[in-house]
Design a protein around this ligand. Structure first.
Ligand code: MRU
Length: 343
């Protein structure tokens, strides 16, 4: 099964509940916008491209939740639900884009409740299917930057589980492997929610990669001592001047530059936002409890009354990025996002 799918029989969204990884590949079903929003907020589904599909499917769920027979009332209802979905996670641009794309098609082309429902399902499935093709393209371009024997460091999870399938950063590594290149991957644990240890290491081991898990703070020493050949990460939103990605990305980029190691960002063009600049994008601040407690058992990890800054993302200035790998090709900064989007 893909990371997230529309189920035609039950008109619901099925997805891996990623909070159970790596212990269990549990599949959950969201039948309402509320349950989808709960899944997004709690990172049952996560990663920018997967959130794009989740947002799109959310609009289809909204259409099926509506019980009236007026097309204009349905569109108003879908708009309300769209706001609710977009608010769940503010940093990754794909969530909002998925929601808007489906909503726009329904508003423009739908003329009755039934046609709006069909359009919402059709368009959201299209977004999900295209994501897989785009990731394969990113892989085709990106694999050329990697050589047999490379040791590659990655952060968070920009793999199959962050997308509908294949992955962006990890998709590049998968494509390199398909070309017969033998890569070792160093996966940062990615505190506090451990997407690197729970998801990236799990995905890559299943695909037969050699994987070394490290604590986030080990990366600098490995880079300085010549252990890492290249770094590759995904992105949540590429602004004109910075790249928003999982917290810790900026530190890795600075370390990579200090140690003259190429630093690549793999992302679909749908993650590039020509209207975004550092400062006008909200960086998600998550619950203090993610640092104060550990594991499902919620074992205390800090004094109860300590103040916490739990930023989910950071911003890396363009000058630290060696190249972007997109489905349209490889782009080296500086470049204009508008031009990339028009290519
Ligand atoms: O908080 P998450 O797990 O949604 O954060 C995900 C990331 O930061 C990924 O690196 C990013 O979305 C790129 S995914 C292809």
């Amino acid at each position: 099964m893909k990371t997230i799918e529309w189920d035609d029989e039950s008109n619901s969204v099925k997805m891996y509940d990623q909070t159970y990884l790596p212990v269990e590949g549990k599949i959950i079903e969201c039948k309402t916008v509320d349950s989808l929003c709960e899944a997004i907020s709690n990172l049952r589904v996560r990663g920018a491209p997967a959130l794009g599909a989740a947002g799109a499917f959310g609009i289809a769920l909204a259409a099926f939740e509506f019980s009236g027979n007026s097309a204009s009332e349905l569109i108003s209802f879908m708009k309300e639900k769209a706001e609710q979905i977009v608010k769940t996670r503010p940093t990754a641009v794909n969530l909002e884009r998925g929601v808007i794309q489906v909503l726009d098609v329904c508003e423009l082309e739908g003329n009755c409740v039934d046609s709006i429902k069909s359009l919402a399902v059709f368009e959201s499935k299209k977004i999900a299917d295209e994501d897989v093709l785009i990731n394969k393209k990113i892989g085709e371009f990106g694999q050329k930057l990697f050589e047999d024997g490379d040791v590659v460091l990655t952060h968070c999870n920009a793999g199959k589980m962050a997308c509908v399938d294949w992955g962006t950063a990890l998709g590049v590594l998968r494509s390199a492997k398909e070309q017969g290149k033998n890569l070792s991957v160093v996966s940062c644990e990615t505190r506090p929610l451990n997407q690197g240890s729970r998801i990236t290491a799990w995905e890559l081991l299943k695909d037969g990669f050699e994987v070394y898990l490290i604590t986030d703070s080990t990366a600098g020493f490995l880079m300085r001592t010549g252990y890492i050949d290249k770094v590759i990460v995904g992105a949540d939103r590429v602004a004109n001047d910075v790249v928003y990605n999982k917290i810790g990305t900026y530190s890795l980029a600075v370390l990579a530059r200090e140690n003259e190691i190429p630093f690549y960002v793999a992302a679909p063009s749908s993650t590039f936002d020509k209207d975004a600049w550092e400062g006008n994008v909200e960086i998600e601040m998550r619950s203090p409890d993610e640092l104060k407690f550990i594991g499902r058992e919620k074992t205390p990890n800090a004094p109860e009354d300590v103040k916490v800054l739990n930023l989910a993302f950071d911003a890396t200035p363009m000058e630290y990025i060696t190249a972007f790998i997109t489905e349209k090709g490889i782009y080296e900064p500086p470049f204009l996002i508008e031009e990339l989007l028009l290519d």
